[in-house]
Write a protein that binds this ligand. Structure first.
Ligand SMILES: [Fe+2]
Length: 232
């Protein structure tokens, strides 16, 4: 493990406020950040985080009569540091919309139909290899409310908590081959094409079987030069 984290290239991170997407202006600092020394308040962390924020079942799709609509997928996300070393114990919260493009959230004002069998979000703890696995359905693209019909590509939101208060990353994962990836304002707020490519999951062919979910793997880098961009 290296003790010096190399500074990031700003082109690998989001520009933050996205023109034409009003919500981003409320989610990003309007003033430049101020560097401050790291004391106990920053370098300590919440005790017994798993007890305060208990993990949930790693299944948003359900089964049988309670199965959510949509393509069944199996997501394997590995939380790693700048050296590719696993970050066991990271608390990973995951949420995405249903197969019609609607979130399980009261603020979703779209007219896309809800799915009573879709759970909508999960909270998982990374294992010794940094891995979290989730059985779910592939989210749909959706038109962003309060815009002139801007469609977002299918994507999955992540929030990662580490061991100290400063260790928090909120980002998004995208699906390979989707044509909307090319024009998405949030993804393209990251100017470096290699950094954008790192935001896209890898499709893994599987052997047909009774639970033949589409498998996607994703490397969630939480710090360093290849850290995942912060995305609202
Ligand atoms: Fe979203």
């Amino acid at each position: 493990m290296s003790w010096i984290v190399e500074p990031r290239d700003p082109r690998t991170q989001s520009e933050g406020v996205v023109a034409g997407y009003a919500h981003t202006a409320r989610r990003w600092p309007s003033q430049p950040l101020v560097a401050r020394p790291h004391g106990a308040g920053e370098l300590s962390g919440p005790a017994q985080l798993e007890r305060r924020l208990p993990p949930s079942p790693a299944d948003l799709a359900g089964r049988g009569a309670n199965r959510a609509l949509g393509q069944l997928i199996h997501l394997r996300a590995r939380v790693v540091d700048e050296d590719g070393a696993p970050v066991p114990g990271a608390l990973v919260e995951i949420w995405h919309c249903n197969s019609a493009g609607r979130y399980l959230h009261p603020n979703d004002s779209s007219d896309s139909p809800p799915d009573p069998n879709f759970r909508g979000n999960a909270r998982l703890v990374a294992g010794d290899s940094g891995l979290v696995e989730l059985r779910t359905i592939k989210p749909a693209a959706y038109a962003v409310p309060d815009t002139d019909g801007w469609w977002r590509p299918p994507h999955i939101h992540f929030s990662v908590w580490g061991r100290v208060w400063l260790s928090r990353l909120v980002t998004q994962m995208f699906f390979p081959g989707d044509p909307l990836n090319e024009s998405d304002a949030i993804l393209n707020a990251v100017r470096d094409p290699e950094a954008r490519a790192r935001c896209i999951a890898r499709f893994v062919p599987t052997v047909p079987g009774p639970e033949n979910a589409l498998v996607y793997e994703y490397q969630l880098v939480v710090r360093g030069r290849k850290a995942a961009p912060r995305m609202p």
